[in-house]
Design a protein around this ligand. Structure first.
Ligand code: FAD
Ligand code: NAP
Length: 388
């Protein structure tokens, strides 16, 4: 795609491109406790362009069955006109619930509203108990197990009007996904690696809004999905002769598939080293055939794998880093770039700690000196993270 086409694209976050999905394929194998999928999104006709390291923003819609359940609980038809915050024109209630409002993550405020409106004495007492100053933890646990529909069903006497409910709901936000393809290989399409969110709380099945939108509700080649490119600072080295160490367990592998494609297309001489991990080798080895093929043709130079649940003791990517500490340090000392993508809460912190410890140990430094070394790597853009 030419640079001028990119500049003239009119599509962005406020004016998303109506894209179509051309492929929806299961990556995890039967027997996996996870459902990780590969999606291909066509950008044909959009004028949009992207770079390895960018993310795709997607505006999902809610499950129709959940919308209908809310309408039923309120005794509403869905045709009622409602006003969204800051809107100038009304829209039908059903449409707002379907595409504009988040139906999960209720807060204390809705409990207060229900308490104020409940006409049944038992319901009022229960809601009052949750709002008591000493019930903070109880309330947090109660809300953590529930979505708005649960509350409407559990406290039916507090019948809210459509507008009263709308006033309690936050806007449905777009979700971001790390792009798993390089534009140098796939200029008019974007590949995604998506872990589908399904779980149960309060004895009800829960469905991640965007991941089940993509997995279950979007029809391949037919449904239009509003998308935009979210440009990032997360980038492979501009100098293609530099080595790259990429740590991406689970869906964290997505941008590194793009990096390895990108760097191979550039014919640089820099080496690629991937640390990947997931639960089981038999069911969760995402893109296994590609990595093997790329390794055979020296597109990928090292692949270290950590299967967390194939043995009694957990093995994680940072354990593989420790086992290969001397070589890892040799790569870093000779100018390699170090990248991390995936879970922010635990993995990225533990990998960061391991990086510090390897630099201190193999570089013969104090932990303070290692911290300075890492700080400099960050300044030089040689240590980049894309974590969520
Ligand atoms: C820059 C960036 C890149 C990303 N890249 C990727 C990517 O490449 N692939 C990918 O799959 N995701 C990626 N994500 C995450 C993605 O944006 C979504 O957050 C994720 O897919 C969930 O979206 P959802 O709408 O399906 O779920 P939501 O409807 O938003 O639900 C998710 C929420 O459900 C709750 N939840 C989930 N599991 C459980 C459970 N077992 N028990 C109780 N509660 C639970 C949690 O509160 C969680 O926050 C990325 C995020 C960012 C910010
Ligand atoms: N709520 C959370 O805390 C949390 C964290 C991560 C991902 N998620 C969500 O879970 C879904 C699937 O995510 P995903 O496919 O990307 O995989 P993931 O859940 O991040 O797991 C990938 C691999 O990382 C391992 N892992 C767990 N803790 C680790 C740590 N501290 N250091 C290194 N590795 C660690 C996992 O092992 P084990 O699972 O066997 O321990 C697994 O083998 C996504 O929807 C994601 O958003 C939620």
């Amino acid at each position: 795609m030419s640079a001028s086409a990119a500049v003239t694209s009119t599509y962005n976050k406020d004016h998303p491109f109506p894209a179509r999905i051309t492929e929806n394929r299961l990556l995890s194998r039967p027997g996996s406790s996870k459902e990780t999928r590969h999606f291909v999104v066509s950008l044909a006709g959009s004028g949009l362009h992207y770079k390895a390291g960018d993310s795709l923003g997607i505006y999902p819609t809610n499950r129709p069955s959940e919308v209908e359940a809310i309408l039923k609980a309120l005794g509403a038809t869905g045709e009622e006109p409602i006003m969204l915050a800051k809107a100038t024109d009304p829209m039908p209630f059903r449409e707002a619930l379907h595409a504009r409002l988040s139906l999960s993550d209720p807060t204390r405020k809705i409990v207060e509203v229900l308490h104020g409106k409940a006409t049944n004495a038992d319901e009022r007492a229960r809601l009052g108990g949750l709002l008591a100053p000493e019930s903070k933890e109880l309330l947090a646990a109660f809300l953590g197990e529930r979505e708005f529909i649960d509350l409407l069903i559990e406290f039916p006497s507090a019948r809210l009007s459509p507008q009263e409910l709308v006033d309690q709901l936050r806007r449905l936000m777009p979700r971001l996904y790390s792009i798993a393809s390089s534009p140098k290989v796939h200029p008019t399409e974007i590949h995604l690696t998506v872990a589908v969110v399904r779980y149960e709380t309060n004895r009800r099945e829960r469905h991640g809004v965007c991941t089940t939108f993509l997995a279950d509700r979007v029809q391949v080649g037919r449904t239009e999905i509003p998308v935009f490119i979210s440009h990032s600072h997360f980038r492979p080295p501009e100098d293609h002769s530099k080595d790259c160490i990429m740590v991406g367990p689970g869906t964290g592998i997505a941008p590194f598939r793009a990096f390895v494609q990108d760097r191979y297309a550039e014919k640089g001489v820099g080496r690629n080293w991937i640390f990947f991990g997931d639960q089981h080798v038999a069911t969760d080895f995402l893109y296994e055939e590609e990595w093997r093929e790329w390794k055979d043709r020296k597109q990928l130079h090292r692949l270290d794998l950590a299967w967390s649940r194939d043995q009694a003791t957990k093995i994680y990517v940072q354990d593989r880093m420790r086992e290969n500490a001397a070589e890892l340090w040799a790569w870093i000392e000779s100018g390699a770039y170090f990248y991390v993508c995936g879970d922010a809460k635990r993995m990225a912190k533990d990998v960061d700690q391991m990086l510090h410890s390897i630099i201190a140990d193999k570089g013969g430094m104090t932990l303070e000196a290692a911290a300075e070394y890492v700080k400099q790597m960050k300044k030089d853009k040689r240590y980049q993270r894309d974590v969520y």
